[in-house]
Design a protein around this ligand. Structure first.
Ligand SMILES: Cc1cc2nc3c(=O)[nH]c(=O)nc-3n(C[C@H](O)[C@H](O)[C@H](O)COP(=O)(O)O)c2cc1C
Length: 190
């Protein structure tokens, strides 16, 4: 099994990165071949709304975006981690989502997905607001929803989600052992 981890937050070594690593460790424990990318280290420009991808299924802008899509399409499992920014994904994650051409055909019966892979998806976010306010005010849940919509259109995959609320200390931003174990188990058992 091939697994791809994508960090969509700018801070390496902090909450989302650590939870992503833990989930990837869990996947490794079941002999997955694991690769990790950080969107913030890549050249991914913004969508210009030209709509050429409607016809060609490819973006006309030549940068690192297509390389990430190709790796995603070749993966059996994807772990995607974005911190919650303004009740949504990070700007980089949104730029990446916007640039991705339609993963589906519109049929009389509704959207029909084109991709077979990935079959397993793990979505991770963390936010500063503690639980249950993080959920009641739609913060972490807003971010999770954005990721679920994107990946829901991409593939008919088994999805597991992990939310770390109350990560208020930006300097430490250290997920608890319980959360790290949870992320590990998601990777191991998905
Ligand atoms: C630009 C920005 C926007 C944020 N927006 C929210 C928010 O809407 N709700 C929230 O609870 N926390 C918000 N936070 C806090 C982060 O989600 C939180 O600190 C997260 O754990 C950071 O993840 P990281 O340690 O992996 O970078 C925001 C932080 C930044 C920098």
């Amino acid at each position: 099994m091939k697994a791809l981890g994508i960090l969509a937050g700018p801070r390496k070594g902090y909450t989302n990165d650590k939870l992503l690593d833990a989930a990837l460790e869990g996947l490794k424990a079941r002999s997955a071949e694991v690769e990790k990318l950080s969107l913030y280290g890549l050249d991914i420009k913004h969508c210009t709304g030209c709509n050429m991808c409607e016809k060609t299924r490819k973006c006309v802008i030549d940068d690192d975006h297509q390389m990430v899509l190709d790796k995603m399409a070749a993966s059996d499992a994807i772990v995607f981690a974005s911190p919650t920014y303004w009740s949504n994904v990070t700007g980089m994650a949104k730029a990446f989502f916007d640039r991705s051409p339609r993963f589906f055909d519109i049929t009389k019966l509704g959207p029909k997905r084109l991709a077979e892979k990935p079959s397993k998806i793990i979505l991770i976010t963390s936010c500063g607001m503690p639980y249950p306010l993080s959920h009641l005010f739609g913060m972490a849940t807003g971010c999770m929803r954005a990721m679920k919509v994107f990946f829901g259109y991409m593939a008919k995959a088994k999805k597991k989600c992990l939310i770390a609320s109350g990560m208020v200390d930006y300097q430490k931003s250290e997920p608890s052992k319980r959360l790290l174990k949870k992320a590990y188990n998601l990777g191991k058992n998905i």
